[in-house]
Design a binder for this molecule. Structure first.
Ligand SMILES: Cc1cc2nc3c(=O)[nH]c(=O)nc-3n(C[C@H](O)[C@H](O)[C@H](O)COP(=O)(O)OP(=O)(O)OC[C@H]3O[C@@H](n4cnc5c(N)ncnc54)[C@H](O)[C@@H]3O)c2cc1C
Length: 374
């Protein structure tokens, strides 16, 4: 009997993990990727679980969707644990994340947030300065406390991406560079690309910011939006920072890689040049981002930034979009919610299980596409 044919559009972390899972189930898988603006190749490697203050501030209307999804984030970091154990090392460290407060108002915000997160099963605790001193003595003297979320962590995305691509290849996944421009659904799925045409029994759309355009003719108004963001990395330092660092009010993520380098990002803007070109770095973002990092961790102020870059994040409505398309059931959409690198492996595997009619271990009904029916 011929193997089932599955085509996946989008070769970021979601599509890649969907491909690995489907190939492990025995499917014949082709992964088609336009190779531009993957958040996966630009991201900071933070494993996010607690609500990000940045997201709550910028997208308050979407924050309830992220909060409702917190149990999915807990499952997602366990998915990373399993991937690390099977295909690592990805330099993964899960010692928790600290969200810092510099004044009483910020600390009160964190206290309320922590209570809501604990209700959703997160392992969170508010630490005062004395407690912080024991685990993060290198923090600036103005930090009065922090929320510690023990579920969080960090990894090196370059290591993870390279290894997972090698795994996909070793399982026989065919990796193709092309940009899909149209889908036609009949007794199978016909896809037209810029350089070739494809047919498959089923398709998984894991194309992040590109997903909305691909399904717009199929009765789905998926509001996938591209969000260009800035990143920095320093030369190696001795600092010894084990936690993922964020701030209660300001946009920042800061972490140290195994190499000693400090990765600084957390949502400072970059300049869009359209979805099909890499965004441009903004000097204001670089300066603002590293100045804030230096204020929070004064010991790193003397380090040189050796590289900055800009990449494309994707936002929808704060919640993952995952499911079969009503009226075009051969099409499965898999776009992770906020902090999509954290969610990508789990969302990808669940999409592959949907394609293979394999019962999943997560109820995906809350992430159904029905909310976007055109
Ligand atoms: C600077 C930055 C830092 C980030 N840091 C973090 C972090 O620390 N932690 C975290 O959890 N998340 C982070 N994110 C978010 C995260 O990177 C993304 O949400 C995640 O990578 C999404 O994975 P994906 O596979 O769904 O999509 P992507 O990785 O964006 O991949 C989508 C792919 O689809 C392709 N594509 C699009 N349209 C088409 C088409 N028509 N045909 C063929 N291919 C197509 C694109 O070229 C791209 O390669 C960050 C994002 C950015 C930009």
């Amino acid at each position: 009997m011929p193997k089932p044919e599955l085509l996946i559009v989008g070769g970021g972390i979601t599509g890649l993990c969907a491909a690995i899972s489907a190939a492990q189930q025995g499917a014949r898988v082709t992964l088609v990727d336009a190779a531009v603006n993957a958040g996966t190749t630009a991201n900071a490697g933070s494993l996010h679980v607690q609500l990000q203050s940045r997201f709550m501030r910028l997208y308050p209307e979407q924050a309830p969707n992220v909060e409702a999804s917190l149990p999915l984030y807990l499952r997602a970091v366990r998915e990373w644990d399993a991937l690390e154990a099977t295909h690592g090392p990805f330099e993964m460290v899960r010692k928790g994340g600290l969200m810092l407060a510099e004044d009483a108002e910020q600390l009160a915000f964190l206290e309320t947030k922590a209570r809501r997160e604990a209700d959703k099963g997160l392992d969170v605790e508010i630490l005062d300065r004395a407690a912080l001193e024991r685990i993060a003595p290198w923090l600036g003297p103005q930090i009065i406390g922090a929320e510690l979320c023990r579920d969080e962590g960090k990894l090196n995305p370059l290591a993870a991406n390279i290894r997972l691509q090698a795994v996909a290849r070793s399982l026989g996944v065919s990796l193709v560079r092309d940009r899909i421009t149209s889908l036609l659904i009949g007794s199978d799925v016909q896809l037209r690309g810029e350089t070739d045409s494809y047919r498959a029994d089923q398709v998984i759309i894991a194309a992040a910011w590109g997903a909305g355009d691909l399904v717009s003719g199929l009765g789905l108004a998926l509001p996938s939006r591209a969000e260009p963001l800035h990143m920095n990395i320093t030369e190696p330092a001795a600092a010894g920072i084990e936690h993922l660092i964020q701030h209660a009010e300001r946009s920042i993520t800061l972490k140290q890689l195994q190499s000693g380098q400090i990765v600084i990002g957390g949502g400072w803007p970059a300049q869009s040049r359209g979805n099909h070109a890499v965004p441009e770095v903004l000097a204001t973002s670089m300066l603002g981002n590293v100045a804030l990092a230096g204020r929070l961790v004064p010991g790193i102020t003397g380090l040189r930034v050796i590289r900055t870059w800009a990449g494309m994040n994707t936002t929808i409505d704060g919640k993952t979009a995952l499911g079969r398309l009503a009226g075009a059931e051969r099409v499965i959409v898999a776009v992770p919610g906020d902090a999509g690198y954290t969610l990508g492996p789990l969302v990808g595997r669940l999409a592959a299980e949907l394609a293979g009619d394999v019962p999943g271990d997560v109820d995906i009904a809350p992430f159904s596409l029905a909310r976007f029916a055109a």
